[in-house]
Design a protein around this ligand. Structure first.
Ligand SMILES: NC(=O)c1ccc[n+]([C@@H]2O[C@H](COP(=O)([O-])OP(=O)(O)OC[C@H]3O[C@@H](n4cnc5c(N)ncnc54)[C@H](O)[C@@H]3O)[C@@H](O)[C@H]2O)c1
Length: 263
């Protein structure tokens, strides 16, 4: 029997890509999966709750019916930089924080939140003061107002993932105090429907240059296994951490082995 058997998880983004694979693996391992997505998943989840993660009222309505008693929140939904900036920031950052904090009351002892951020947020140390200012906002609406009033340079997708990664790093101690954990998985390019959008916003040369260094892009399975690991008891002392799952690109960039990509 797998360690996920009989456990209860909420998976956002379960209708496609990485979230689909995570939901599928959990269902096959005997877990009870509750999906939050704007689209209906094809995986036979226990329950699907339609939600628009760009809309705080829709998130509130979904939380009202969700109830409590979950072993994990796997926050995987996201939108690429081809969507309007406010939507990108709302789904990738504000909804992620809103849901994580709604789970303070909904997690079982030992519960875990896993967030899928991105290696595209690697530039966060340069913008830490602005990101910390954003993190001082109290809720979704205040966060949206802060974002509207503080236009950032470059692609909003990158900024949204920088904020999400720093949020996870910043919350480890608070989660530990409650007997929970929070971690992030940072994928490089993954073969899912949004990869084409990334080619448009980050440039084909950047995205496909990564594949030429590695031989291929990641598959959703390459990433999903790490999401499950972080949700599992084997990861019980990993907290407030962000793990690159990118075939080795981040290490190569950090060590100066390959140049920093321009995106
Ligand atoms: N694919 C990549 O190359 C890549 C790389 C790094 C990080 N990521 C991140 O991985 C996560 C999953 O992406 P994916 O590649 O599986 O993409 P995907 O497009 O296959 O899946 C995204 C899911 O999020 C859902 N979603 C999007 N906006 C929503 C909204 N407003 N309300 C409710 N649901 C919404 C979609 O319906 C879909 O099911 C995202 O957070 C993405 O930023 C992806």
């Amino acid at each position: 029997m797998s360690e996920f058997s009989g456990k209860r998880y909420v998976v956002t983004g379960a209708a496609s890509g990485i979230g689909h694979t995570v939901a599928d693996l959990l269902c096959k391992a005997g877990a009870e999966v509750h999906s939050l997505d704007r689209n209906e998943p094809t995986v036979p989840v226990a329950r699907h709750i339609p939600v628009d993660l760009a809309d705080v009222a829709s998130i509130g309505a979904a939380l009202d019916v969700l109830g409590d008693g979950y072993d994990g929140l796997l926050n995987i939904a996201g939108v690429p930089g081809t969507a309007p900036s406010a939507t990108v920031f709302a789904v990738n950052t504000l909804a992620t924080r809103e849901l994580a904090e709604a789970f303070f009351e909904r997690l079982n002892p030992g519960g875990a939140v896993v967030v899928v951020s991105s290696t595209a947020g690697f530039g966060w140390p340069k913008r830490l003061p602005q990101i910390r200012e954003f993190l001082e906002t109290e809720n979704f609406e205040e966060g949206a107002q802060w974002f509207a009033a503080h236009p950032q340079e470059g692609n909003t997708y990158n900024f949204s993932k920088e904020c999400t990664t720093v949020y996870v790093h910043s919350m480890g101690l608070a989660f530990n105090e409650m007997g929970f954990r929070i971690n992030a998985v940072l994928p490089g390019p993954v073969e899912t429907p949004i990869l084409q959008d990334f080619r448009e916003t980050m440039g084909e040369d950047t995205i496909d240059g990564v594949a030429s260094l590695l031989g291929r892009h990641a598959t959703p399975e390459d990433v999903a296994g790490v999401v499950l690991f972080l949700a599992s008891d084997s990861a019980r002392w990993i907290n407030g951490e962000a793990i690159n799952v990118d075939g080795g690109i981040s290490g190569a960039i950090l060590s100066g082995t390959v140049p920093v990509p321009e995106y």
